[in-house]
Design a protein around this ligand. Structure first.
Ligand code: SAH
Length: 356
């Protein structure tokens, strides 16, 4: 029988292992794993024999490979090797003054093939299990605890397409909400726009936030930037967003990575505004200058163009914010996660913008 990973194990799995154990014993295990973020051998409320038994039966799914720190200690990137299969995946922990956010991967690699995204450039290996997603959160919580910080928000915006792996992602959502205790309202699932996935998500009970990686508001351009748009064009995507809002009544956000001269013009601002106001409540737009990746020739919009684009949207009356850009120098920023590869930033935006 294949081994169940520590955070894929259900309470029933633990009960089956600790035959005849009283209920409070299972509670101690659960509390150790999900509230104190400990591995079984460190759960000192348990007798040594139980700790040994659990250690033997349920093993962690992630083997730490590398931990890199940036932004004066405020951004930490973890590189893991999946114990099952050996694929590399990444997780990013970001501290802010008033909160901490963890960005988790949902697949090893990605099959969506967005050309500007480092994970998309590298291709797909396999889906992650719920436990492999949960364990990323637990390990980031363990790290935050060393600074007496707690994790407030989880964004499913790391490697992979969450809605191409919806059942495992939902399994992780339930455990993060119910056992770790981070409310569903503080969880955000980001999608490239998998229409059936959005529809499935709408049937799920908890009110998680939905972010749609739009990047273009006309099919002709979006087909180029986000190839899955050919299968799920903007009209269908918007229809699914509309239906999601009807049942969830949470604001949807549109993610927009600004690419100089490609999607940062007045025309794009107009089209984006028109699209965001077709939803009720209107979509919130998150802007971010495109981060450089090795396999994509165009560059992110300059600071000035980002601000002009934002101000134009504001004048139209669109809800918009510019996302802070964490971890660029350690390739931990949006779209830069390409674990296991020596990610070289081939066209540093700072150098280019200082010469142009
Ligand atoms: N597959 C999901 C989640 C992972 S990507 C999705 O597409 O939403 C998380 C976000 O980073 C998405 O909005 C994605 O479009 C964006 N992104 C990818 N590459 C990027 C890059 N090079 N610069 C800035 N954002 C990027």
């Amino acid at each position: 029988m294949p081994m169940i990973s520590l955070y894929d194990a259900t309470r029933a799995d633990v009960e089956a292992e600790l035959v005849g154990a009283p209920r409070y014993r299972i509670d101690q295990v659960w509390n150790g794993l999900y509230s104190q973020f400990l591995e079984p051998h460190d759960i000192t409320t348990l007798p040594a024999a139980v700790r040994a038994q659990l250690t033997e039966s349920f093993t962690p799914a992630l083997e730490p490979k590398l931990r890199t720190v940036a932004d004066d200690g405020k951004t930490i990137k973890f590189l893991w090797r999946l114990v099952d299969g050996g694929h590399p995946i990444e997780t990013v922990l970001m501290y802010y003054d008033d909160r901490a956010t963890v960005c988790v991967s949902t697949q090893a690699g990605c099959a969506m093939a967005c050309g500007f995204c480092a994970t998309g450039q590298a291709g797909f290996n396999r889906h992650l299990t719920a436990g492999e997603i949960i364990e990323q959160v637990v390990r980031a919580c363990r790290e935050a605890r060393t600074l007496e910080r707690r994790v407030d928000n989880i964004v499913f915006m790391g490697m992979g397409e969450p809605l191409a792996n919806e059942p495992a992602v939902w399994g992780a959502v339930e455990r993060i909400h119910g056992d770790i205790g981070i409310s569903a309202r503080h969880l955000t699932i980001s999608t490239v726009g998998i229409v059936p996935g959005i529809r499935t998500l709408a049937t799920r009970p908890l009110p998680v936030n939905l972010a749609v990686s739009l990047h273009a508001a006309r099919d002709e351009l979006r087909d180029e930037l986000v190839p899955i748009n050919k299968r799920y064009p903007i009209a269908d995507l918007l229809g699914a967003c509309h239906d999601y809002l009807k049942v969830k009544n949470r604001r949807i956000s549109f993610e927009w990575a600004l690419i100089e001269g490609v999607n940062d013009t007045l025309r794009d601002a107009k089209e984006l505004h028109a699209l965001s106001r077709r939803l009720t409540p209107t979509a919130h737009v998150n802007l971010i200058p495109l981060n450089p990746t090795p396999g994509w020739p165009t560059k992110g919009s300059s600071r000035n163009r980002v601000h002009v684009f934002r101000d134009t949207l504001l004048e139209f009356g669109t809800n918009v914010t510019i996302r802070s850009n964490r971890g660029t120098d350690i390739a931990a920023a949006c779209g830069q996660l390409a674990a296991g590869q020596p990610v070289r930033v081939s066209a540093p935006s700072a150098r280019e913008s200082s010469t142009s």
